[in-house]
Design a protein around this ligand. Structure first.
Ligand SMILES: [Zn+2]
Length: 803
């Protein structure tokens, strides 16, 4: 029997999910490799034709004296249909737009998960594939003026990853020559549930036992593929931007530090009991709508909430709550008339620093039933280890998966409502300008004037509270705590800990009141431990400005940064006489902050929060004036975003951060071989499914497996659910779930080191909307021989009935 492609099957599932069959899509967009050709072809034909028809229709309507807009809308030419109203409402300026998505899932087993810095937290499988989502915006008249904003389901942007992406784009030839450091932003969703080992600096490599080239390449290759897909889809279109409130999806996990900010400042954001200003509740959404047929090709959103819904005991790879939100959004529009095929939803992180998705607060799991101390998140023993923050479904013992799905859903739902609203009532991005700048700035000794005072930053250092962790992941940095157990200490730590040195008096004074635990910014052997050279970058499309932050700015730090950019850019806009901007347009800038991006510079707090020295303050690398320094440099480059700026600032002659990807330590061993137990073959079922299931139940099959690191199966799957269907009178199995689906879990475990045997569990957590029918589970594996040959195999469970 044949198998249908998943897309087809999924679309059908989706129609069931979203209610009712929809009309067939008319995908009018043809991919055009050369954006300039696309413009010259499309603009005159579409625009001249539409304008002519519009004018004629208006004349007819005037003659008939039946002027309501609805009447007009009914007779609109097809080129203006799609949203139904785009032709008659102000659509704003015409831009060059593109969106693309690709798989970046690295090794899902045996590699340390990045984020909680717990060397014992090793991957054991996959809940949901990780994605790169790319969004490109360009100037229609000057297509070289464009930017590419990447949203990766990883912990943060990174210097080695960024170099890898920029270099790979260069190798794609002249068509990709307009992408480089100044206009490519590499942001991470801050998921704490992805494989680590790809970061440029030594410190985050310690818990992952060093650098892992396989995962590093997966991220770069997927990120570049997503940019290529976005680039190939470039075409004229409109941008629309709006803001909505996301309630009950984030709280402030460092309220004690937040309260150190001036009362007067805090009160400006205290809107209501549900939005008291201690975290930002606003989600900003940018909608990409192509001009050819009015269909939307994607959305890009910003909202701050930590990717720590999947807890520190989770060992399944997933994109955390942002990954869920993106997945739900993309599923929800599939098959809809207003959404183009391949619609991409990017849920980018914002000023995430002091936010937590664990909205029920931090509690002591020591039997006391107490909440953790307000000042320093400790419990009765004076330590933070038993303090754990609770997500909405904390009672479900599933390593945070239920809470994670819920927090993703709480972001998706208001974003989707805002999208619908923008379809009816677009609030356009005006003008035509697309500008960007990027600079590498040395933070180790930067002197500048702030509030009339001469201040300076210092080489990076981490304070004592860094080792204590947060209520989202308490005290996980146990590489600093010698318990004498060789097995729980990273081999990297054993190799480098003797290099740690005491900070100088000057360094201590510079970081005060931070007590220095690790003077990481002054350590260059065997290579740098943390960045001193940071990326500062801002993008502009019309009145929208995107600050690309390399660190995790806290709620108030992000606000100060955004406000500084807002007032400076408002002044800049006033000087602009942009012909593409109608007189009705307000010149007020809309400013968002995305990150952690480009490099990982840990946290960015306000000076007042820094004085409190909780985890975020202790992890603010460059001293008390870190935030002011970021703002100062941002503002000094802001004129590069003005209408008169012709070129972005040059990097040549300036400082560059090191690329350590070729000299990083690694104690990560590869797969040696895979074996099977006697009388068994790869893919054999060792524990089969039952005969009947109901929605809400879990169906599981166990197979003789092999190490999934043998083949990452990028753009493909390890696990599948197949349904028996009739297709053109013939019975056939259709794939209806795969690794992209949250409800299908792939788990791998080693059963014997000596025999090199392993087993795989596939578990389908049957959704309440799943269709009754006959199903089976299929496992795709790849085994490795001692000689190194990799051989694919499959395993299939018995069929079962969902009643
Ligand atoms: Zn964080």
């Amino acid at each position: 029997m044949d198998s249908l492609k998943h897309d087809e099957a999924e679309q059908e599932e989706e129609r069931l999910l979203t209610g009712g069959l929809r009309d067939g899509e008319n995908d009018g967009a043809k991919f055009t490799r050369n954006p300039s050709t696309a413009i010259t072809h499309r603009k005159p034909s579409v625009w001249k034709l539409c304008s002519a028809i519009t004018v004629s229709l208006l004349l007819i309507l005037l003659l008939l004296k039946t002027s309501p807009l609805e009447t007009f809308a009914r007779w609109m030419p097809s080129c203006f249909k799609g949203t139904g109203v785009a032709g008659i409402k102000d659509t704003g300026g015409l831009y060059l737009i593109g969106a693309g998505k690709a798989d970046i899932t690295g090794p899902v087993v045996e590699i340390n998960l990045m984020g909680y810095a717990d060397p014992k937290q090793l991957g054991s499988g996959l809940r949901q594939r990780l994605r790169a989502r790319a969004f490109i915006v360009g100037n229609i008249e000057h297509p070289n003026e464009r930017f590419a904003y990447l949203v990766l389901d990883i912990q943060s942007g990174d210097t080695a990853i960024r170099y890898g992406i920029v270099d790979a784009l260069k190798e794609l030839g002249p068509e990709y020559a307009s992408y480089s450091h100044h206009n490519v932003a590499v942001t991470g969703t801050h998921s704490h549930a992805g494989p680590g080992g790809w970061l440029n600096y030594l410190l985050p490599q310690i818990t992952s036992k060093g650098f892992d080239r396989q995962g590093y390449r997966a991220i770069i290759d997927g990120a570049v593929l997503s940019i290529r897909r976005a680039h190939e889809s470039l075409q004229p279109g409109y941008l629309s931007v709006g803001t909505t409130k996301v309630l009950n999806a984030n709280i402030n996990r460092s309220l004690f530090a937040y309260l150190a900010n001036p009362e007067e400042e805090r009160s400006r954001y205290n809107v209501s009991a549900g939005d008291d200003g201690t975290v930002e509740k606003d989600l900003t959404l940018l909608k990409f709508q192509r001009a050819s047929d009015g269909k939307n090709i994607g959305v890009l959103t910003w909202f701050p909430v930590h990717g720590t819904s999947m807890l520190g005991n989770n060992t399944l790879v997933a994109g955390d709550n942002k990954g869920v939100a993106a997945y739900l959004f993309e599923k929800s529009v599939r098959g809809e008339e207003t959404a183009a095929e391949g619609f991409v939803a990017g849920f980018s992180q914002a000023n995430v620093g002091d936010t937590s998705p664990n909205v029920l607060g931090a509690w002591c799991e020591d039997g006391s039933g107490q909440i953790c101390s307000f000042e320093n998140s400790t419990c009765s023993d004076g330590r933070s280890q038993s303090c754990h923050a609770r997500g909405p479904f904390f009672r479900v013992k599933d390593e945070g998966a239920s809470s994670c799905f819920e927090i993703g859903k709480r972001q998706f739902e208001p974003a989707r409502a805002l999208y619908d609203q923008l379809n009816e009532n677009p609030t356009p991005v005006w003008g035509s300008l697309v500008k960007s700048f990027h600079t590498f700035h040395n933070m180790s000794e930067f002197t500048f004037i702030s509030n009339g005072k001469k201040v300076h930053t210092c080489p990076a250092a981490l304070g004592y509270s860094f080792a204590a962790g947060t209520s989202d992941g308490p005290g996980a940095f146990d590489f600093t705590q010698h318990d004498g157990n060789e097995n729980t200490t990273s081999p990297v730590w054993r190799a480098v800990s003797y290099l740690l040195k005491d900070p100088s008096d000057k360094q201590r004074a510079c970081h005060a009141p931070k007590p220095i635990l690790m003077d990481v910014g002054e350590m260059y052997t065997p290579y740098q431990w943390t960045p001193n050279i940071v990326d500062i970058q801002v993008f502009r499309a019309g009145q929208l400005l995107i600050i690309v932050s390399p660190g995790e700015a806290t709620t108030m730090a992000g606000r100060r940064w955004k406000e500084a950019v807002h007032s400076a850019s408002a002044a800049l806009f006033e000087q602009e006489a942009d012909s593409a901007r109608p007189a009705s347009m307000t010149s007020a800038p809309i400013v968002v902050l995305g990150g952690p991006a480009n490099s990982y510079t840990h946290y960015i707090t306000t000076e007042e929060e820094y004085g409190i020295q909780r985890y975020e303050g202790a992890s603010t690398l460059y001293g008390p004036h870190t935030l002011e320094a970021y703002i100062n440099v941002t503002l000094s480059f802001l004129p590069y975003l003005g209408a008169r700026a012709t070129k972005p600032p040059r990097h040549e002659g300036g400082v560059y951060p090191p690329d350590n990807s070729n000299k990083s330590l690694s104690f990560i061993t590869g797969v040696i071989r895979d074996g099977t137990p006697f009388f068994k073959a790869f893919g054999d079922v060792v524990a089969d499914v039952g005969a009947f299931y109901r929605c809400g139940e879990h169906v599981k099959a166990t197979f003789i497996g092999a190490n999934p690191r043998n083949n990452l199966r990028l753009e493909d799957t390890y696990a599948a659910v197949e349904r028996l269907d009739l297709y053109r009178g013939k019975e056939m199995w259709k794939r209806v779930r795969d690794d992209a689906d949250w409800s299908l879990v792939f788990r791998w475990r080693r059963t014997s080191e000596v025999l090199a045997t392993s087993e795989v569990d596939l578990v389908w957590e049957i959704e309440d909307w799943a269709q009754p029918g006959v199903y089976r589970l299929r496992y795709y594996g790849d085994s490795k021989s001692l000689g190194g040959t990799i051989t694919p195999f499959e395993g299939v469970s018995s069929s079962f009935t969902l009643v």
